[in-house]
Design a protein around this ligand. Structure first.
Ligand SMILES: C[S@@+](CC[C@H](N)C(=O)[O-])C[C@H]1O[C@@H](n2cnc3c(N)ncnc32)[C@H](O)[C@@H]1O
Length: 249
């Protein structure tokens, strides 16, 4: 067997492999203890006191954006402590991933879901710039009402409004405690703010996803709307830049 400094190549390879594994293990421990994403202390406490369902715990472990997840959870807790009345609404549902989380956080609230469930409306894409200008009506089309309901596996409190928003709002008069807007486009975001802000209970919240430089239509719709109301915009440090409006009491 060939040797290098009196050590066979086989033993040398084993030593290098051993060193690599030790380094990777130390790195893993370091990241595990010092780089874990922040978990709110109230979530840790709720876990200890058995106040988080097994389903919601599983969602938390899998959800891509922890800041977004915990922002919903903390604010839904606040809505309930303040007894803010009203339904939950999501505009832009796609496969129902965020809707499933919102429903699991408060299954007692009616959850109204607005989407075409067949992709972006072609007309709305015409006015877009930024990331949204690269979309076609085929994007987000691989979904259906049935698959969304299955994904949410919720109770009778899920109400589907299928079709072009805002055409699907007729007859909607319920007070609203929380709106999660995730439409990606200027036209429905503008329409969503104009329709749902007046229905928002005092203390109620609107979350608007994707308020960042890649989505100029969202920034424009939100900034224009903010000039018409007394509240300030609140920024969340989540991945895609969610902003919030909390209706004054
Ligand atoms: C980014 S996806 C929503 C993602 C979802 N909230 C989640 O986190 O899994 C955007 C959705 O908005 C819907 N959408 C956009 N404009 C719409 C409009 N005018 N009417 C109905 N749905 C619309 C699209 O069909 C698409 O499903």
């Amino acid at each position: 067997m060939q040797e290098h400094f009196g050590i066979s190549y086989f033993n040398l390879a084993n030593i290098l492999l051993g060193i690599t594994l030790v380094v990777l293990f130390i790195r893993y421990l370091w990241l595990f203890y010092f780089s874990r994403p922040v978990t709110p202390v109230s979530w840790e406490n709720a876990l200890k006191t058995g106040n988080i369902t097994a389903r919601l715990q599983k969602m938390e472990r899998r959800y891509r954006d922890r800041q977004r997840f915990f922002a919903w959870w903390l604010h839904i807790g606040q809505l309930n402590r303040d007894r803010v009345p009203g339904a939950f609404v999501e505009l832009g549902v796609y496969k129902g991933d965020s809707a499933a989380v919102l429903h699991a956080m408060d299954p007692g609230r009616p959850l109204h879901l607005f989407d075409t469930f067949s992709g972006f409306p072609a007309g709305d894409l015409l006015v877009e710039s930024g990331e949204a200008a690269t979309y076609t009506p085929d994007n987000f089309a691989d979904t259906s009402v049935d698959s969304v309901l299955k994904n949410i596996s919720g109770n009778h409190n899920i109400i589907i409004h299928q079709g072009y928003f805002p055409d699907t709002v007729s007859g909607f008069v319920s007070p609203v405690a929380l709106v999660n807007m995730d439409l990606d486009l200027y036209n429905p975001t503008k329409a969503g703010l104009e329709f749902f802000y007046p229905l928002l209970s005092p203390g109620g919240i609107i979350f608007i996803h994707d308020y960042n430089y890649k989505w100029p239509g969202i920034i424009r719709a939100v900034d224009d709307f903010m000039t018409t109301i007394p509240e300030n915009l609140i920024h969340l440090p989540d991945i895609d830049g969610t902003v919030m409006i909390i209706r004054n009491k």
